[in-house]
Design a protein around this ligand. Structure first.
Ligand code: NAD
Length: 496
């Protein structure tokens, strides 16, 4: 049985903790590893090492920092299948899905290798006679990241490569439910030549997160996870005067116009709703059928009925199990609530199981029609392979419905009309919009821009916004005298 180490001051070390959490294989709930809850002393040591390393790392030339990222990208690519296998084992994701999780992370590392251009400041010559003004972009110090279970490669890679490329040092607290993948990412980062102390890994839960939230040396904190924890982290972090970005839950709507291509719509609905067992923050969990597209319900049901979960290496499986028995029980309770509240349950996956793996956290595809906004299955993030169909009589009423929803991570519209798509993109209060694209996750040269209840903070993940999040701007106003220095102080203020 593997017990995961901490990574402190450049060493993988066995924790002295008396408290361990089981890491399980979601396909059968067998225990595959144990993860320690770092002690206060170990947390202190991680912060002290990150603080000391910052004093050296911040002065390492930007092109050398970029080169670490180039080597890291190369190693991640060379090991992507092996990382994806580990990821499948601890999350239950299908192999293809696990590879996607790793690949989206590699793309952020590629982006971090461009750090010199991303950190460029601005210059204006002659802001006054013989005076130039320019801005510098400088790192903050020790930054920290707290990551969720559902993307154990991509989300840690959203955070530490860019933070470190900016010249910061970083403390990662990965999800306790799947820490094997982040540990492998860190081993490869060391192999890529990351100097001692620039990255630390501590494990645990609330107690370790609270330590980071309260520690004055931690200057910025990135969080991705559920809504209540995101709100708590944003409130606590800002109260302790830190810079915080907290990415939280979602309820993503796909609006289907009657002029859309039916086959394309249905094909996209299946992958976007139940793919990864619906455990994606950008999963489509609500489809809004506008006008005549309401006649497509039976076709949607038939397409979803054809897919099934299975083991990570089962090529015919559309998705894997849920992460834990607790997550499964929560989704089952929401399915039961949907039935009690009067939604029409067209497919019920609550009792699904896979032969030989009856102890796993399986759920089959589940479909509700006639869902209304008061129902719990509409109001709450389900985070399971459950799709809700809602009817709307016009594009305007579909937009009003989506805009009234408290979340704003992602949305999409399927239509053949440029005018309808333009209206949707302009009027919708959601931060990431797909036009005939079901899951519009931006590539790393943009930023991941969730809105409303899906995000607390202002600067988002990756792209230029992440560089702003992980740096301070210093503005310099400079004058160089030539020849004789004028006599006496200049007391004049020019107002016009
Ligand atoms: P979670 O909130 O349970 O856990 C996330 C992290 O917070 C973990 O590292 C965990 O150890 C820590 N944590 C848990 N409880 C805590 C507490 N009380 N105090 C301090 N820290 C605590 O989330 P999860 O179940 O791992 O992930 C799924 C959630 O993440 C979903 O709601 C999903 O929508 C969201 N998510 C959002 C995005 C986004 O970009 N908006 C991306 C991925 C996942």
């Amino acid at each position: 049985m593997k017990t995961l180490p901490l990574f402190i001051d450049g060493q993988f070390v066995a924790s002295q903790s008396q408290q361990f959490i089981d890491v399980t294989n979601p396909a059968d709930n067998s225990v595959i590893a144990k993860v320690p809850c770092a002690t206060q002393g170990e947390m202190q040591a991680a912060v002290a090492s990150a603080k000391a390393a910052f004093l050296i790392w911040k002065d390492v030339p930007v092109s050398e920092r970029a080169r670490v990222m180039l080597r890291y990208q190369h190693l991640l690519k060379a090991h992507q299948n092996e990382i994806a296998e580990t990821l499948s084992l601890e999350t239950g994701k299908t192999f293809d899905d696990a590879k996607g999780d790793v690949w989206r992370g590699i793309e952020v590392v590629e982006h971090a290798a461009n750090i010199a251009s991303l950190m460029m400041g601005e210059t204006v010559e002659n802001v006054a006679r013989s005076i130039d003004c320019y801005s510098l972009t400088q790192p903050l110090g020790v930054c920290a990241g707290i990551t969720p279970f559902n993307f154990p490669a991509m989300i840690p890679l959203w955070m530490f490569p860019l933070a470190i490329a900016c010249g910061n040092t970083f403390i990662l607290k990965p999800s306790e439910q799947d820490p094997l993948t982040p540990t492998r990412l860190v081993e490869l980062f060391v192999e890529a030549g990351a100097p001692k102390g620039v990255l630390q890994v501590v494990h645990g839960g609330k107690e370790q997160v609270d330590f980071l939230l309260q520690h004055p040396e931690v200057k910025a904190l990135s969080f991705v996870g559920s809504v209540p924890v995101g709100q708590y982290i944003y409130q606590q972090g800002t109260q302790h005067l830190k810079r915080v970005q907290a990415f939280a839950g979602a309820k993503n709507h796909m609006v289907v116009m009657p002029d859309a291509n039916k086959d394309q719509v249905i094909n996209n609905i299946v992958g976007a709703s139940v793919g990864a067992a619906g455990q994606r923050c950008m999963a489509i969990s609500v489809v809004v059928l506008v006008g005549e597209s309401q006649a497509w319900v039976d076709d949607i049901k038939a397409a979803l009925a054809k897919v099934r979960p299975g083991l990570w290496n089962d090529k015919d499986a559309a998705f894997g199990p849920l992460i834990s028995p607790k997550a499964k029980a929560r989704v089952q309770a929401l399915i039961a609530a949907g039935k009690e509240e009067g939604a029409n349950c067209l497919l019920d996956g609550s009792d699904f199981s896979v032969e030989g793996y009856e102890n796993g956290n399986w759920l089959g595809p589940t479909l509700f029609s006639e869902v209304t906004p008061e129902m719990r299955i509409y109001r709450e993030e389900i985070f399971g392979p459950v799709l809700c169909l809602v009817n709307a009589d016009s594009l305007a009423s579909a937009i009003a419905l989506v805009n009234a929803n408290p979340y704003g991570n992602g949305t999409s519209i399927f239509t053949a009309s440029g005018a309808a798509a333009r209206k949707y993109q302009h009027e919708i209060s959601v931060g990431q919009v797909g036009i005939n694209v079901p899951i519009p996750v931006p590539l790393p040269f943009f930023s991941f821009t969730g809105w409303k209840g899906s995000f607390y903070g202002d600067q988002h993940a990756y792209g230029k916004q992440a560089v702003r999040f992980y740096t301070e701007t210093k503005t310099v106003t400079a004058r160089w005298f030539e020849g004789d220095i004028p006599a006496g102080p200049n007391m004049t203020i020019h107002l016009d």
